[in-house]
Design a binder for this molecule. Structure first.
Ligand code: CA
Length: 369
């Protein structure tokens, strides 16, 4: 299929079926016939919150399945289901919790209705970047807390992808001041949505497959999704022309792999290590993919599709930052576990920010000249 057909299909609402059949991007099928497959092969299901084969997110889930098959020499084979194929996008958590599928791929902020503390493990407004999230999870105590948050649901979490800094989103009107946020109906999940509400807007939570038609029909005025690479594929430029940055609400969104605890415990120890380390490979690889492809996609959006790329005004960002700190601090008061996670997160952010002031930030400023 040609790229234009691919984009056309995306824009035409075919996403709702949850299938992308496309020759472009890395739509590799999971490994099915590895040499060792005949001896004690175990087959697991992986349900996702993404349209099947969707660039970056869906292909990240495919890569995870492929890697587990390859690393186990076919002993553990994973069949991937796009959103809506086995269960709807926003039922992935329950499906893996009850064992309908052994694995899920999504983002922890979708599950705030299950556990308030889950929101810290996807994206926090004005929170950690991708590099910082991984540092907190792997070397700052974050992973242990995440396991504690999901344990009551019979789930083991793993970081399995990162989008890097996202875009603020697509708007069908200009945002020149805080006034322009009043009454704005915007698809924006998680804590960012609550911040928008306090700034006068109306947040809406929609799964990926529903965004385009909602924006095009005017059911919503604005949406965030990910960044240029994904947003181009979704065809969002056909529904709104103003594309704002930076993604204050999602500065380094961690995608997750949910693992059914009982299924995981029943695996031989070497296969357990393969599952968790395959997640770690995908976690790193997805960020590399976004970093490599976002700017080319942004150029396509501006030069071929006339998209108007703008920075949110300073006054708007400053207000959102103040509201974000309020909202995140209040989450910490909702239950003891959220308080515990917040304390760790906040401590980590403060110390890593001190270091990044004189490392990443200092370097990038100098390089910009
Ligand atoms: Ca997003």
């Amino acid at each position: 299929m040609k790229r234009r057909d691919f984009l056309g299909q995306a824009a035409g609402g075919a996403l709702l079926t949850g299938t992308f059949v496309s020759g472009c991007q890395q739509s590799e099928a999971p490994s099915t016939a590895a040499p060792g497959a005949r001896r004690e092969a175990i087959t697991w299901k992986l349900v996702t919150t993404w349209p099947k084969n969707f660039p970056g997110l869906g292909t990240g889930a495919n890569n995870l399945a492929r890697l587990i098959g390859e690393m186990s020499d076919g002993r553990l084979q994973i069949k991937v289901y796009g959103a809506g194929e086995l269960v709807p996008a926003l039922e992935v958590f329950d499906a893996v919790s009850r064992g309908t599928a052994e694995l899920g791929h999504g983002a922890a902020y979708y599950w705030k209705g299950k556990s308030t503390a889950a929101q810290f493990f996807a994206a926090v407004p004005f929170g950690l970047t991708a590099q910082e999230m991984n540092a907190w999870l792997y070397h700052g105590g974050g992973m242990e807390l995440w396991r504690e948050v999901y344990a009551p649901f019979g789930l083991v979490p793993a970081a399995a992808g990162n989008s890097g800094v996202q875009m603020a989103g697509w708007f069908n009107r200009e945002i020149n001041s805080l006034e322009d946020l009043q009454g704005l109906k915007m698809r924006i999940p998680g804590l960012g949505g609550e911040v928008l509400r306090r700034a006068g807007g109306t947040p809406v939570n929609l799964a990926g497959g529903e965004i385009f038609t909602s924006l095009q029909s005017g059911a919503i005025d604005a949406t965030e999704w990910v960044g240029p690479y994904n947003d181009l594929a979704f065809g969002l430029y056909k529904a709104a022309k103003h594309y704002y940055y930076p993604g204050w609400h999602e500065p380094g969104t961690t995608l997750e792999c949910l693992i059914n605890q009982a299924a995981f415990d029943a695996l031989p120890v070497d296969l357990q290590h393969i599952v968790t380390n395959a997640c770690r490979v995908v976690n790193e690889d997805m960020l590399a993919e976004y970093t490599a492809r976002n700017n080319a996609a942004l150029q396509t959006l501006t030069t071929e599709h006339g998209v108007d790329v703008r920075r949110l005004p300073d006054a708007v960002l400053e207000r959102l930052r103040v509201l974000s700190d309020e909202v995140v601090a209040e989450v910490a008061e909702e239950d003891p576990l959220s308080g515990k996670v917040y304390a760790s997160f906040r401590r980590f952010r403060d110390q890593v920010e001190a270091w990044h002031d004189i490392s990443e930030r200092a370097y990038l400023n100098v390089r910009a000249g």
